[in-house]
Ligand binder design. Structure first.
Ligand code: DP6
Length: 402
């Protein structure tokens, strides 16, 4: 085999996960991935959850190849192809007189991507994965400008992972999707004491994927049509709560939107159900905590799966962790991962107020303690996932799908 090092070029990038507060659910165009409603999300820190992607081109590569979490993937994925061809088109448009770039565009591409969290945890990774791929390709081909529109073609929610902090994906009006793109509302430093606890539930049921789930909702749910009329007002309200760091309102809008998404799922025919008994137990517990506190201390949000994303303020983390430990006891010394839990103030939780709720041992696999974070970044070459010959350094990880 020839040495590839002379011509090969490598770029490695990291990209974050985002969690929607006002959910995207339903498309008006399946191919271009244009949503029926705008959505708002918060991007999470990459210290706890991130996708990492190395992309490489070389005149010596024989064919385009891709590996995800150590497993080779087919390149015949329409969304993957759409992302690659759109980045290349943007590059051609801007650099048509540069021979070196034109060469690179002809060369075959190797892509290797990994998540720093277990695929089995059921945490959506496609948003971080596609945002990372688009960002890395843009650096490889020297493309700048709006990348969120291209990430959107991989997976709708991926367009929001192109930015850090709080992000809105404006649904846009144009038929071709030119104005359907993400935009930062405020950066990750805006609300420094906001924290997120991700409750990874033990029984990860096999559930309908979000693409199919939302498509069936569009076809069959009348409640979805009603939801669409109310979303613009909710977007304005949550933007205001974020700007003012008004946790009480932020929490209520977030919980109501999550509940509405899952009501739409139940109104879908046949119904789609993502929440398990444990998810419902978490919902009851959060409302009991808030009621006891006379104001919202915690908010939950659920995507197309049973895991809960809890939002709270740093000062309340020790109390809420105490309560979670009480209701979902675990002997795992690594039960709480991520950010350190701040030292306990002198709070005493009166568990008699929660007497309606059962204690459920081992209900949760683990909890990830994290916070809002920045958008994608370029990494040093020593973080790369490909050898100098363009093949994965690590081929024995768990499998996964982008
Ligand atoms: C419930 O972005 O995964 O997480 O565009 O078909 O790839 P596709 O769907 P996807 O849907 C995400 C749905 C959601 C809500 C959200 O993130 O806004």
């Amino acid at each position: 085999m020839d040495s590839f090092t002379d011509d090969a070029e490598f770029i490695t990038c990291d990209s974050p996960v985002n969690i929607a507060l006002i959910k995207y659910w339903g498309k008006r165009d399946e191919k271009l991935i244009l949503p029926l409603n705008s959505s708002i999300s918060v991007t999470l820190s990459q210290d706890e959850l991130r996708a990492r992607t190395t992309v490489a081109v070389s005149r010596n590569f024989k064919e385009d190849k891709m590996w995800l979490n150590g497993r080779e993937q087919s390149m015949k994925n329409a969304r993957l192809q759409s992302v690659i061809s759109n980045i290349k088109r943007l590059c051609r448009k801007r650099k048509s007189d540069n021979d070196q770039v034109n060469d690179k565009l002809q060369w075959k591409l190797h892509i290797c991507s990994e998540n720093n969290f277990p695929t089995a945890a059921g945490l959506a990774s496609s948003a971080a994965g596609y945002a990372c791929l688009v960002y890395a390709l843009s650096k490889l081909y020297g493309v700048d400008g709006d990348l969120s529109k291209i990430a959107r073609m991989g997976s709708g929610s991926a367009c929001r992972s192109i930015y850090g902090g709080f992000v809105i994906w404006n649904k846009g009006e144009a038929e071709g999707g030119e104005d359907s793109k993400a935009e930062q509302i405020v950066s990750e430093t805006h609300w420094p004491d906001l924290r997120v606890l991700i409750l990874v539930v033990s029984d990860q049921t096999k559930h309908t994927g979000s693409t199919v789930g939302m498509q069936t909702s569009v076809e069959t749910s009348q409640l979805l049509q009603q939801r669409l009329q109310g979303v613009p007002k909710q977007l304005e309200k949550i933007k205001c709560a974020i700007q003012n760091k008004d946790f009480h309102s932020f929490a209520e809008i977030t919980m109501r939107d999550s509940n509405q998404l899952h009501a739409v799922c139940m109104d879908t025919y046949p119904p789609v159900s993502y929440l398990t008994d444990i998810s419902h137990h978490i919902i009851q517990l959060v409302h009991a905590i808030n009621q006891d506190n006379n104001s919202n201390m915690v908010a939950y949000s659920f995507d197309a799966g049973p895991n809960a994303f809890l939002f709270l303020q740093e000062k309340d983390v020790p109390t809420v962790i105490d309560i979670l430990h009480y209701f979902y006891p675990s002997s795992d010394p690594n039960f709480i991962r991520g950010l350190q839990v701040p030292a306990k103030r002198d709070v005493h939780v009166d568990y008699t107020v929660f007497s309606d709720l059962k204690v459920i041992p081992r209900a949760l696999k683990f909890i990830i303690h994290t916070q809002p974070g920045p958008g994608p970044t370029v990494k040093d070459s020593d973080c790369g996932l490909l050898t100098k010959d363009g093949f994965p350094l690590n081929l024995n990880n768990a499998n996964g799908k982008i």
